[in-house]
Design a protein around this ligand. Structure first.
Ligand SMILES: NC(=O)c1ccc[n+]([C@@H]2O[C@H](COP(=O)([O-])OP(=O)(O)OC[C@H]3O[C@@H](n4cnc5c(N)ncnc54)[C@H](OP(=O)(O)O)[C@@H]3O)[C@@H](O)[C@H]2O)c1
Length: 252
């Protein structure tokens, strides 16, 4: 047991995350999940995440997208949060271009139903280069799929449901090597169950109460996945924890 003592100031909260080598994962792409939880593990308050997120967490959430080749998210989160395209500062875009990345990562939405509001900003406002992706399965309704194709680039990954492994392979085929998953809990749980979460950036917000929805909902029978703590920061009573799956990946 060790006590975590207050350490040196971090001049820029993004620096510890920018410094992570995400080329060393065991698969064709690296998956970073970024979530915020209350002290009781809740992932939402009245169906939204806003009340859980403190000011430094909100800022980190926006800026963390700088590390991503693509931002991956479940359809219910897009529906509830009214997602828009990723916005980054001019400097962040220039830094990405200097690293031979696109200025802005696209958003990829996972949906079987394709029951999405195509008037949402995430579909109407991205640049052509960051056109939103929709990842669905072969059994999706063909008429809805045709509509989806008019508003987004549609990828098919799996038969009756989106298979996380196939979805990540499809993203990697498009050149996306760093996948930032922003939830929600059910889609994140699918990635955890498939053992495809390489890194978890978890903010612990100093509050209790909220919806009976934990940060990750794994399908029944999924084995637990163990993580190792790699970084801790604190601001405004909010803990910023960075975990990675161990290299050997044995479940513990
Ligand atoms: N605390 C946080 O950091 C955080 C982050 C994100 C979201 N949230 C909160 O979490 C809640 C939403 O999360 P959620 O867990 O209910 O939903 P979610 O994971 O965002 O989305 C679930 C939906 O994604 C699609 N999906 C998931 N797995 C799929 C699969 N294998 N194949 C095909 N489609 C699949 C389905 O869409 P279709 O129904 O379209 O088929 C499913 O209904 C909201 O309250 C939001 O505010 C919190």
């Amino acid at each position: 047991m060790q006590r975590l003592e207050p350490g040196s100031d971090v001049p820029d909260a993004l620096i510890p995350y920018l410094g992570v080598d995400r080329t060393r994962g065991p698969h064709e792409c690296w998956v970073t999940a970024h979530m915020v939880a209350g002290l009781d593990g809740t992932a939402a308050v009245n169906g939204r995440v806003g009340a859980l997120s403190t000011a430094p967490d909100q800022e980190l959430f926006r800026r963390m997208r700088q590390i991503a080749d693509v931002v991956l998210v479940g359809a219910e989160t897009v529906r509830r949060e009214g997602y828009g395209p990723v916005r980054l500062t001019e400097q962040a875009q220039a830094d990405r271009v200097a690293q031979r990345r696109t200025p802005i990562p696209p958003v990829a939405v996972v949906s079987r139903s394709l029951d999405l509001d195509w008037g949402t900003k995430v579909f109407t406002e991205p640049t052509a280069e960051a056109r939103t992706l929709v990842i669905t399965c072969a059994s999706a309704d063909p008429e809805r799929r045709a509509v989806a194709e008019a508003h987004a680039t549609v990828l098919v990954a799996g038969e009756d449901r989106v298979d996380p492994v196939q979805a990540l392979a499809a993203l990697a085929d498009l050149g996306h090597r760093v996948v930032l998953c922003e939830g929600g809990p059910r889609w994140l749980g699918e990635l955890v169950a498939a053992d495809r979460v390489d890194e978890l950036c978890l903010s612990i917000s100093p509050m209790m109460g909220g919806d009976p929805l934990p940060v990750s909902v794994t399908p029944p029978g999924s084995p637990p996945a163990a993580f190792e703590l790699r970084d801790t920061m604190i601001e405004a009573n909010t803990l910023f924890l960075r975990y990675e799956r161990p290299g050997g990946r044995s479940n513990g």
